[in-house]
Design a protein around this ligand. Structure first.
Ligand code: AMP
Length: 197
């Protein structure tokens, strides 16, 4: 916990849990910088940058981009001035290694996370949601059933342990991710407000 009131959040949850949508909503409501590593990587792929070229094949297969690439990206992003008044990390950290690196980076900046929010959604519902997103033309090359199943598997193996990492610091609050976008958004916002944010 930080002693100041600046919100520095991590939003955890499996693919299809609604992280991106809820992240946008929370960032608007609380005036936070929205940092989505997935978005930054997709932009880098589209722009054909060196980072994008290195990341593309991993993303297309639903695998994680190597830790060192994402950690470097996050280090640069957290240095931007819009992060001073608070930020929300959406899709990072995705491995315990990344969580450790983030702890180090924030330590150097003499700040810490205020909350880790975890969106909980059952896996059958997740696959259905990703399939719907693909059908509705999300434009994401990884929103097809095979890659989606792999993304869930990768989540279980590599990302689920991140929750335990933060549990050890007493930072995690679970939020039920079932329901309408507005309902889930209200649950998240209520949680942040009830903790005096
Ligand atoms: P997302 O939009 O968060 O679902 O991310 C889309 C894809 O980008 C993921 O399936 C990964 O290939 C890659 N990606 C995004 N964030 C990370 C991260 N923190 N670590 C590794 N790969 C990531």
């Amino acid at each position: 916990m930080t002693t100041d009131q600046t919100l520095r959040l991590v939003l955890l949850g499996p693919p299809g849990a609604g992280k991106g949508t809820q992240a946008e909503f929370l960032c608007k409501q609380f005036g936070l910088a929205h940092i989505s590593t997935g978005e930054i990587l997709r932009e880098s792929v589209a722009a054909g940058t060196e980072l994008g070229n290195k990341a593309k094949s991993f993303m297309d297969a639903g695998e994680l981009v190597p830790d060192e690439l994402v950690i470097e990206l996050i280090g640069e992003r957290l240095d931007q001035p819009d992060c001073t008044d608070g930020f929300l990390l959406d899709g990072f950290p995705r491995t315990v290694e990344q969580a450790r690196a983030l702890k180090g980076l924030l330590g150097e900046m003499k700040i810490d996370l205020s909350h880790v929010l975890e969106l909980k959604v059952a896996s059958e519902e997740l696959l259905a949601r990703i399939a719907r997103r693909g059908d509705q033309g999300s434009g994401r090359s990884d929103d097809n059933p095979e890659v989606a199943a792999n993304r869930l598997e990768v989540y279980r193996k590599q990302t689920a342990p991140v929750t335990n990492f933060y549990n050890d610091f007493g930072l995690v609050t679970e939020i039920d991710g079932l329901g309408s976008i507005a309902e889930v958004g209200k649950r998240l916002a209520d949680k942040l407000q009830s903790t005096g944010a």
